[in-house]
Write a protein of this length. Structure first.
Length: 613
């Protein structure tokens, strides 16, 4: 072969190797990401002008950014404050400042979001995945080492092995301690909104992270924010308590001056001072109270009436929420439905989905064909129905969330139906309205009614706009809500589930939108070639009461069909022990062949369910 040909072959091989490495890197990087990974930071309110600046001139912050003093505190700063004190806003402002002040430094951020129904938004695993992804994207030189370390996770063009916390934590430390001239600043907000079991572990990790980095000569800083609980002692580091900062009180006064409408009369000045004096350093209390007073001002109320109303507003946040909800009981059924979905939905809901969910829970059947109102109307409806306790995010598309995590904490112990005097006593002398078991059952029932209505429209007439909105959620999650109710289905839920599974049109409608065997949502409905038996699907999703009803109706226990071959294999592969026991008692054949696993023992073994094996 000519020398030129050899050279061309080498160049070609090098090109394909480089392309292969790039593809591997892209696949691995993508596997670190998750939906709404940075959504919380984008949705934190931007501070009003001339606030939050005090932090950057405070003694401890100046010590934190001073490279000459890194050995004193190892670059570790912890900002603490009570709920609603404005920690997230201060953190967002500080992130913006650091991006301007340190243009050559790598800025990594993670804002925990306990209001999200996505596990990764509020878990330490999501934190470490996000931080590593940001670092790799900001410093491409680290990507070769990343691919070399984790390429074994990639098979057949996909990352098949789940990420583990320890490997992510260890690799982060490895990068900052071995990569030359790597300068990193991390900002981690609302640490207390992560799992309570994880908090101590995360604080310990970031303390060690800064210690290792300092020992290696790396310029690395970590800034955390959280509530005061849990109390965790660290050997070195700096901490700032918001309520003890005089300038924080000045920020609250600045906010009141800028946001409280009205003239400069002596009476209005008294009102503004009264709001400031009663705030006790809680920014969220000020925001809600100023909003309420502005509404009264727009209604033409006189300062004396506004002052009287202000004096009635509790200073405690949870009492303030109770006060807002107890002033009228109009639309109480819709409000409870809205809060139920907000607390227990299994993924974030967009405004139209939540609106339809509330209407599905509260409307009569003859209202099902109504068209969805405009986006602006839906937004106003949701805010009014919740009495201002929910908001729409600024992401695209927007989703609905509580205005603060303290709202969720309040609702989990409140009784809205106990009269105007809402019970917020943690002793639960009055049972709360939002017990998880009951709420999951109610949502599952709403989803089933929605799907049954969809099946009727599919068979009889054109589907209205409203009937499109909640289809994806209802198809994917109705049975998961039933499972979340600790398998104790209500009689209504069991009846609705049997109606869905035993009617071929209803069953087909569900499976057209969600392939339960593949756990895959179909955005565009597909054609289902062959339906398995109702018993098969009940066993697949593990609904014990529904299996009991179908067996009482003489369902064929060994009927063939479905990806797993029969009901027994479907229950075994998914670890539904009680269903397996019932099927065996009714004569299910453990030696039957067929399905994706071949036989019952293989289905149980490959599913990793030791007890049913």
């Amino acid at each position: 072969m000519a020398q030129g040909d050899n050279h061309g072959t080498l160049v070609n091989n090098h090109y394909h190797f480089q392309r292969s490495q790039k593809d591997k890197c892209c696949t691995l990087l993508e596997s670190l990401t998750f939906d709404r990974m940075n959504a919380r930071l984008r949705n934190v309110a931007t501070p009003v002008p001339h606030t939050c600046r005090w932090l950057r001139t405070s003694e401890k912050f100046l010590a934190w950014i001073d490279e000459g003093r890194i050995q004193e505190h190892h670059g570790f700063l912890w900002i603490k404050g009570k709920p609603g004190s404005g920690k997230s806003t201060i953190m967002k402002d500080t992130v913006s400042w650091s991006e301007r002040a340190w243009p050559t430094q790598i800025i990594l951020t993670y804002f925990f979001n306990a209001r999200s129904s996505d596990r990764l938004e509020k878990s330490s695993l999501g934190l470490y995945r996000s931080l590593l992804h940001q670092l790799l994207m900001a410093c491409p030189d680290t990507q070769t080492r990343f691919v070399t370390r984790f390429v074994s996770k990639k098979r057949d063009g996909k990352v098949l092995e789940e990420w583990a916390e320890e490997e992510l934590k260890n690799f982060l430390i490895e990068l900052v301690t071995t990569q030359q001239h790597l300068s990193v600043a991390m900002f981690i907000d609302a640490l207390d909104e992560g799992s309570s079991d994880d908090i101590r572990s995360m604080v310990s990790y970031f303390w060690n992270f800064t210690r290792y980095a300092t020992s290696a000569g790396a310029v690395t800083r970590v800034c955390l924010s959280s509530r005061h609980f849990p109390y965790i002692t660290i050997q070195k580091g700096l901490s700032i308590v918001l309520e003890k900062q005089l300038q924080h009180g000045h920020d609250i006064e600045t906010y009141i001056q800028q946001k409280f409408v009205g003239d400069d009369s002596p009476q209005m000045s008294v009102l503004r001072r009264r709001v400031r004096d009663r705030s006790t350093g809680t920014f969220l209390w000020v925001v809600l109270t100023v909003t309420m007073l502005n509404k009264l001002y727009d209604q033409g109320k006189k300062p004396a009436a506004m002052l009287q109303r202000l004096n009635e507003v509790p200073q405690d946040l949870q009492e303030l929420f109770a006060n807002s909800l107890s002033r009228d009981v109009e639309d109480i059924g819709e409000r409870i439905a809205l809060f139920r979905w907000m607390l227990y939905s299994l993924r974030p809901l967009d405004p139209a989905e939540l609106y339809v969910a509330v209407q599905q829970a509260c409307s009569s059947e003859d209202e099902d064909d109504e068209e969805i109102p405009t986006e602006d109307w839906v937004a106003r409806y949701l805010v009014n129905c919740s009495r201002g306790l929910v908001e729409l995010t600024s992401t695209t598309p927007p989703v609905v969330q509580f205005i603060h995590e303290t709202v969720r904490e309040f609702l989990l112990k409140v009784n809205l139906l106990g009269g105007n005097d809402l019970n917020v006593n943690t002793s639960h002398t009055v049972p709360p309205d939002f017990e998880g078991h009951d709420c999951h059952i109610a949502i599952a029932e709403d989803c089933l009614r929605y799907l049954l209505g969809l099946g009727l429209q599919t068979s009889s007439s054109a589907i209205s706009t409203r009937q499109h909105i909640l289809t994806e959620y209802a198809a994917e999650f109705w049975w998961q809500h039933a499972q979340e109710s600790n398998q104790m289905c209500s009689q209504t839920l069991s009846t609705l589930a049997v109606e869905l599974l035993t009617d071929e049109n209803n069953l087909g409608t569900w499976l057209q939108h969600y392939d339960v065997d593949a756990s895959q949502l179909h955005i565009v409905p597909i054609t289902i070639p062959d339906l398995a038996s109702p018993l098969y699907y009940a066993a697949r999703i593990g609904l014990v009461e529904v299996v009991v009803i179908l067996l009482e109706q003489k369902a064929e226990v060994n009927a063939q069909g479905g990806e797993y071959g029969n009901a027994l294999q479907a229950a075994l592969a998914n670890g539904h022990e009680k269903v397996v026991q019932m099927l065996l008692e009714q004569g299910a054949d453990v030696n039957a062949q067929g399905g994706k696993h071949g036989n019952a023992l293989q289905a149980a073994s490959l599913g990793g369910h030791e007890r049913v094996v």
